[in-house]
Write a protein that binds this ligand. Structure first.
Ligand SMILES: [Zn+2]
Length: 476
């Protein structure tokens, strides 16, 4: 009798404890931005040759969202940059670890891939950056500040997510073409597909890959219903159309501004933070290769794209199912990948091509000779970070490459979570990531020096991300 009573008592105590804990669970969120605009004179690196910046069209930012479920704190820092190396993010992580209680492995840091920012890169994408340049140091410091400021502004919050579709601005940029002159590569060979073929050309047959029209988003509001932040994700490379020598955050920055204006019309501090992350856009851009488009003023097209996306997301916002509480999780790992090396044929070709008159050489051959020299003098293998963040039944994958769209689509399809999306150029920047099948087709993104790692890297990455996702699924 006594024994029975004690079992019953234990149960009551445990059940009560669980009930109390469930009621007491508080979900917190905080968001902030840091200005990461470089000084004039720093090098813009979005094109083939770097040029010094002479004007700031619009300021660059790191934008941060931190979430806490009572047990786990995690977050995102999204930076207006073309691609930030792992070592710069890791320098920020070290500072954050020194200055806060955060588990820095739970912070996903990524670049938006604006092509009109100044460089934060090292000598090559496979060689670790050993000494940070002054802009890299500044960037790490400002990322740290952004995280600390978001932490300072944590408030009880609710969270929701959703997605809409916007296919009209997306074009796969790799095309089958009938003209063999369009298919030559800097290694003396002929590809099967061409990146950015001439618009409206009669030689166009069909694109070599899909687009992903989904605009995913995560939104947080205070308990009182004040919008705090919205992080969106879209698989579009960048838009461009800037004036030469000018710094701009591209459509990513305009989208953030438009959302801030909408959700925070009275400019109340702390300000609402809009964020646009780059999905899987390694082979997708904003050029309609077969259709006609009126010519645009500088910055006009990026404004049009950002307005279209902002309008769609704002309309979908009213449909959000808000959660007062969701469980959070983060899992991180590293994957060792072989660095691709030049074949004997490639090296032989590079020697023989120097005897040719300049006009008979492929226009990018010297660039690739230089890039490949740097690859050869670098490490034979690299360790790349992979990460999955779980927010309730939503998973966010982080891949440190410019990822082909079909890889993102596969991850969405195979994720054990109800919803999923991928942020590219996250936690590092190691070049393009085509699938093995796309490698077979050749084209710019597959060229050694543009792509740097073993040909089946995407398959290994997808497998590992799905394993990480599985480890985050709630046990039954
Ligand atoms: Zn790019």
């Amino acid at each position: 009798m006594l024994r029975r009573c004690s079992i019953a008592c234990v149960c009551v105590v445990l059940c009560l404890a669980t009930t109390v804990r469930a009621e007491d669970r508080v979900f917190l969120a905080g968001a902030a931005t840091s200005n990461i605009t470089p000084p004039l004179g720093e090098l813009i690196v979005g094109g083939w040759a770097p040029i010094p910046c002479t004007h700031i069209h619009d300021e660059l930012h790191a934008r941060c969202l931190i979430l806490n479920d009572g047990e786990t704190t995690l977050g995102f820092v999204i930076c207006d940059n073309v691609g930030i190396p792992r070592e710069v993010f890791d320098a920020a992580r070290e500072q954050i670890a020194e200055q806060t209680d955060l588990n820095v492995d739970n912070i996903l840091m990524a670049s938006t891939h604006t092509h009109s920012a100044t460089t934060a890169r090292g000598r090559s994408k496979t060689e670790a950056v050993s000494n940070l340049a002054s802009y890299q140091e500044f960037l790490a410091q400002r990322i740290t500040d952004c995280v600390r400021r978001a932490l300072n502004q944590m408030v009880p919050a609710r969270i929701g997510w959703g997605s809409v579709e916007e296919a009209s601005e997306l074009f796969n940029r790799r095309w089958y073409v009938t003209d063999p002159d369009l298919l030559t590569n800097p290694f003396g060979g002929v590809d099967k597909v061409r990146m950015n073929p001439p618009r409206g050309s009669a030689t166009l047959v069909r694109p070599a890959g899909p687009v992903d029209p989904e605009v995913s988003f995560i939104a947080v509001e205070s308990k009182e219903g004040k919008p705090l932040a919205l992080l969106a994700n879209y698989s579009l490379h960048y838009v461009g159309g800037v004036q030469s020598g000018e710094v701009s955050a591209d459509y990513f920055g305009i989208f953030a501004d438009l959302l801030q204006r909408h959700f925070d019309p009275e400019a109340q501090y702390p300000r609402f933070v809009g964020m646009m992350t780059n999905g899987t856009s390694g082979d997708v851009n904003n050029i309609n290769f077969t259709g006609k488009r009126p010519s645009r003023e500088p910055y006009e097209q990026m404004q049009i794209v950002a307005e279209k996306l902002a309008k769609r997301v704002i309309a979908a916002y009213t449909e959000i199912t808000w959660n007062d509480y969701v469980e959070l999780g983060s899992a991180k790992s590293t994957l060792q990948l072989q660095v691709r090396q030049p074949t004997p044929e490639m090296k032989e070709y590079f020697t023989s091509v120097m005897d040719l008159p300049e006009k008979e050489r492929h226009r990018h051959v010297l660039t690739y000779i230089d890039r490949i020299k740097r690859i050869e003098s670098g490490p034979q293998s690299i360790e790349v970070p992979l990460q999955v963040i779980r927010i309730g039944d939503l998973a966010v994958h982080a891949i440190p490459f410019e990822v082909f769209t079909e890889i993102g689509l596969e991850l969405k399809d195979r994720s054990p979570f109800d919803d999923a999306f991928t942020i590219e150029l996250a936690n590092g920047s190691y070049g393009y990531l085509p699938t093995p099948a796309q490698h077979e087709l050749g084209g710019y993104e597959t060229w050694l020096g543009t792509n740097n790692v073993q040909l089946d890297a995407s398959e290994k990455i997808v497998d590992q991300l799905l394993d990480l996702s599985q480890s985050l699924t709630p046990s039954e």
